[in-house]
Ligand binder design. Structure first.
Ligand code: ITT
Length: 209
């Protein structure tokens, strides 16, 4: 079968293609439907935005659609960037500009990381953080949602580590694995990530294995 994912984020597409590929399913994304109007993500929570993306695209295509709303919450920044993770650095935001802004804000909030713990190689752990992923699947035929949420705790590093992943992964230290998120293979990331956990929860609810 085919799963339609309401995303224009290439990193998410790769991870969903990998996960659903293992179940013998193909993923299509908004890159395959370039003419659909953008969904305005004005929700206050990840779950609200995920439901909105799933429902609007599912109604437009008249088929079930999965959506992912995710982001990074940093304790020392009062939970920012949160639902604003994609647009953190403003107009024309990119992953690298968002990461630069994160380091700037966190340096300010922690007095330059004065009291930060250090890894063996000297990398500073600037502050506690977590990734959050809300998934929503909407079926226009039944007008029903299936939903799931996952998170993963870690720390923000003062310098990037690793070449994998996307978004804020290069700055995210996963304490439980003793590795940066961008140092993991897709398989390793999926086993512990916010998205991997949310997806496992959703598949469990839908009784897919
Ligand atoms: P869609 O709405 O089209 O899916 P988006 O990139 O705008 O794409 P979000 O609104 O959910 O998606 O924003 C999520 C942001 O949080 C995204 O831009 C990433 O920078 C970050 N993010 C989400 N999951 C991540 C992950 O697994 N690793 C690193 N950063 C992640």
């Amino acid at each position: 079968g085919t799963v339609v994912v309401a995303t224009k984020n290439a990193g998410k597409v790769r991870e969903f293609a990998h996960a659903f590929g293992k179940l013998g399913m193909e993923v299509v994304s908004m890159f395959d439907y370039p003419n659909l109007p953008d969904v305005v993500e004005d929700g206050v929570t990840f779950a609200e935005n995920a439901r909105k993306k799933a429902r609007e695209v599912a109604v437009a295509l008249n088929m079930p659609v999965l959506a992912d709303d995710s982001g990074l919450e940093v304790a020392a920044l009062g939970g920012e960037p949160g639902v604003y993770s994609a647009r953190y650095s403003g107009e024309g935001a990119t992953d690298s500009r968002n990461n630069e802004k994160l380091l700037r804000e966190l340096a300010r909030a922690t007095n330059g990381g004065e009291a930060a713990e250090r890894l063996a190689d000297g990398t500073k752990l600037l502050g506690e953080a977590r990734f959050v992923c809300a998934l929503a699947l909407y079926d226009p035929a039944s007008a029903e949602f299936a939903e799931s949420e996952g998170d993963v705790p870690g720390f923000i590093m003062n310098q990037p580590k690793g070449e994998g992943g996307f978004g804020y992964d290069p700055l995210f230290w996963v304490t439980s694995e003793g590795k940066g998120m961008a140092e993991m293979t897709m398989e390793e990331k999926q086993a512990i990530s916010h998205r991997g956990r949310a997806l496992a929860g959703l598949l469990g609810k839908l009784d897919v294995r």
